[in-house]
Design a protein around this ligand. Structure first.
Ligand code: BGC
Length: 437
């Protein structure tokens, strides 16, 4: 009886301890869902099926990890690990396969997914865009087209309206600066352009689209914004790739200049653009009003990149662990990037993505411990409201197909799910923090 009483007290304490901090894991539609006759008319589908294939081992996301059908299993795992929330995304190409034509069956399916997530006790965080586009949008000029922000707005308004009773936590865009850099500067991702004017045009249109959609969500769910001083995670934000770029040779003026320039362009330029509301028209500005174009900013941090003059990426520092994809893993850098973001924008923060490619799970357990220690230190002085590990499950890693494994949960070719030891470590770290809170 006494044990039972103690246990109930612990459970109550558990629930009241820092209830506002959100522990989660993230994924995206194209990387996990599979197509199933609904997502074929997209830029990435066409790209993956080009000949010769630009993807490692000529792999495709046609099946991915079949999240489209196996979401309940994934949510059950997330819940068992003690997560509060799962970040997913909506595939624009599935929802709006032709201009202005919405597939209500697809929307009904997304509703089922979100209902199942909530039934598992998880808060949905939904990204409206994660790198992929409908083919019709691309055919009309994509993000360089005059109408692009309006076309995205039409889709985003439709889908947020359809899910407004189920979700209160939205991301407009995942990593717009990566989309622009890889799509329009380096040309590795669709639309495979290499044009600075196109990159500038696309950045402006992405910023306008972010602002218009954020304003719409504020009007749709006026009671859901966190406001500056309230606690908790609600409303709408954007998540951007924010990596630590350090000069390979600290004494070398050119290395320092290159590192500074990459930091300015890759990390901060888009955020400055997206959060400047004078880019939008009068109407939208009136709606944005007292609230800014974002309720919070998501920091997607993976590691540090040593920059040598003339080379975009250098070798890892001797102390850094090296992930399967060559990225230099430096967990303490999470604190630096959170601080750098807070110094520039006075908005609440979340860690929108953090993780590593590590198929053997050799490094991930320790990296999680050290990253969460960096998060703890950051929380002492900064307003950080959530942490999302990338990724809940293994998935389709864009140009690299299934070669790199980011999951807390491993997914084999047979689509069976197995929680990696690092998944249990993450669960344990969350438990410890809830208890000590
Ligand atoms: C992207 C994910 C990607 C991850 C690892 C992030 O930049 O948002 O889609 O899988 O990095 O490369």
């Amino acid at each position: 009886m006494r044990a039972c009483y103690t246990q109930s007290v612990l459970v109550v304490l558990f629930l009241v301890a820092d209830p506002t901090f959100v522990w989660g894991a993230a994924a995206s539609a194209h990387q996990t869902e599979g197509l199933w006759g609904k997502g074929e008319a997209s830029d990435w589908h066409a790209f993956e099926h080009a000949s010769p294939s630009p993807i490692a081992n000529a792999e495709t996301a046609d099946v991915a990890v079949d999240f489209w059908h196996r979401y309940e299993e994934d949510f059950a795992i997330a819940r068992r690990l003690g997560l509060d929330s799962v970040r997913i995304s909506i595939a624009w190409e599935k929802v709006e396969p032709a201009p202005g034509v919405f597939d209500e069956e697809v929307i009904a399916h997304y509703r089922r997914i979100v209902v199942a997530m909530r039934a598992a006790g998880l808060r949905p965080m939904i990204a409206l865009h994660h790198f992929t586009h409908p083919s019709w949008f691309v055919a009309r000029g994509g993000w360089t087209a005059e109408g692009s922000a309006a076309w995205f707005f039409r889709y985003a308004a439709h889908v947020t309206f359809a899910l407004r009773d189920l979700c209160e936590l939205w991301i407009t865009f995942n990593e717009p600066s990566v989309l622009v850099n890889l799509g329009f500067v380096k040309g590795d991702y669709p639309p495979n352009a290499r044009s600075i004017p196109a990159a500038v045009q696309a950045s402006l249109n992405l910023a306008r689209a972010h602002q218009a959609v954020a304003a719409w969500i504020h009007r749709l769910q006026p009671e859901k914004g966190p406001g500056k001083n309230s606690r908790g995670l609600f409303g709408v934000g954007l998540v951007n790739s924010l990596q630590l770029y350090t000069p390979a040779r600290a004494w070398h003026p050119l290395d320092r200049l290159f590192a500074w320039t990459i930091d300015a362009l890759a990390n901060w330029s888009y955020l400055h653009l997206a959060l400047r509301t004078e880019l939008v028209g009068e109407d939208a500005r009136a709606i944005i009003g007292a609230r800014t174009a974002s309720d919070w900013i998501g920091v997607n941090y993976y590691g540090r990149f040593n920059v040598r003059a003339g080379r975009v990426r250098g070798v890892c520092a001797p102390d850094d662990a090296v992930a399967d994809n060559g990225w230099c893993i430096y967990p303490d850098g999470l604190e630096t990037m959170l601080k750098e973001t807070a110094a520039r924008f006075s908005l609440p923060l979340i860690v929108g993505e953090n993780g590593l490619a590590d198929a053997a799970d050799r490094l991930r357990p320790e990296v999680i411990r050290r990253s969460l220690a960096a998060l703890d230190r950051s929380k002492q002085t900064l307003d950080v409201r959530g942490y999302y590990h990338w990724s809940l499950t293994d998935n389709f890693e864009w140009l690299h197909g299934y070669k790199y494994r980011f999951g807390l949960v491993s997914v084999g070719r047979d689509l069976q799910r197995w929680v990696r030891p690092s998944g249990e470590v993450y669960a344990e770290e969350i438990r410890k923090r809830r208890l000590s809170d």
